[in-house]
Design a protein around this ligand. Structure first.
Ligand code: ADP
Ligand code: ADP
Length: 239
């Protein structure tokens, strides 16, 4: 039940910096994969390649049985609709309400005109509220995003991915700017969503300790190469 497949993927940036070197791996449905490695190891480069936030230089990436490397137009759009993305800095529209931010996950389901006018069907609003409920923020729906704490904002971005009905969530250092307590709340939410909704998680972390606590599988990167890939029990602190 392969969901994401890297076939000999390499990425070299235009300035010559190597992002990834010959990555060959697959991720199955329902896994909670944590990618670890020092700063500059290639974690973001790997994650951003999955939904093609940038092009890879060599190889191919298959998502949900479709090649995102070769996809164009509507096909690319449809592959991306299954992939939710969570960033270190939350990427919310800070001056908009929590609800509007979560609803923005629904944009791919409607015409541009509808979205420009901000006309979301009731069904979307129900989905958005349900998503907020799941991260414990339903009562904050009509608060402005920038009124929330960092941890709450990150949970709004998780709700946005849920409202999108993504079956994959990519999280690039989702807790790097959070304190230890909030870090735990956000990681617990991701773990619960992984278990309850069987959404596949690919999460970049720089803390091996945290990775061991939450991952079902850890992939260690160094200089753009996989140096460890295995079960949590086999991982040493050196990955
Ligand atoms: P992180 O380690 O969290 O990925 P970085 O500080 O490495 O953060 O990167 C921040 C931003 O700068 C990213 O958008 C990344 O793509 C870009 N970046 C990183 N390294 C370089 C580089 N050598 N040249 C140009 N841009 C870079
Ligand atoms: P990590 O997320 O593990 O910190 P990155 O994927 O950000 O690592 O970076 C991997 C390598 O690619 C680093 O050498 C970094 O400097 C380089 N890099 C990242 N983004 C860019 C960019 N936009 N332009 C040039 N080089 C980059």
């Amino acid at each position: 039940n392969i969901l994401i497949e890297f076939k000999h993927v390499s990425k070299i940036y235009p300035n010559g910096a190597r992002g990834l070197k010959d990555i060959h791996l697959h991720i199955d449905k329902g896994e909670f994969v944590v990618i670890v490695g020092l700063s500059g190891a290639g974690k973001s480069t790997l994650l951003r390649s999955i939904n093609r936030l940038h092009m890879i230089t060599e190889g191919e990436i298959i998502v949900n049985q479709k090649s995102i490397t070769r996809a164009k137009g509507k096909e690319l759009y449809e592959i991306r609709r299954d992939i939710g993305m969570i960033f270190q800095n939350f990427n919310l529209v800070r001056r908009s309400s929590v609800m509007r931010n979560v609803l923005s996950g629904r944009v791919g389901y409607h015409s541009t005109l509808r979205m420009v006018l901000g006309l979301f069907p009731n069904r979307d609003k129900e989905l958005a509220l349900e998503a907020l409920e799941r991260v414990g923020l339903r009562e904050k729906a009509y608060v402005r995003a920038d009124q929330l704490s960092g941890g709450q904002q990150q949970r709004v971005s998780i709700a946005r991915a849920l409202a999108q009905e993504a079956n994959i969530i990519l999280a690039d250092e989702p807790v790097a700017s959070l304190d230890p307590l909030t870090t735990r709340q956000v990681m617990d939410d991701l773990a619960r969503i992984n278990q309850e909704l069987h959404i596949t998680m690919v999460v970049n972390l720089h803390s091996v300790e945290l990775a061991k606590e939450y991952a079902t599988r850890i992939i260690g990167l160094r200089d753009g190469e996989v140096v460890f890939d295995g079960a949590v029990s086999e991982a040493t602190d050196e990955v």
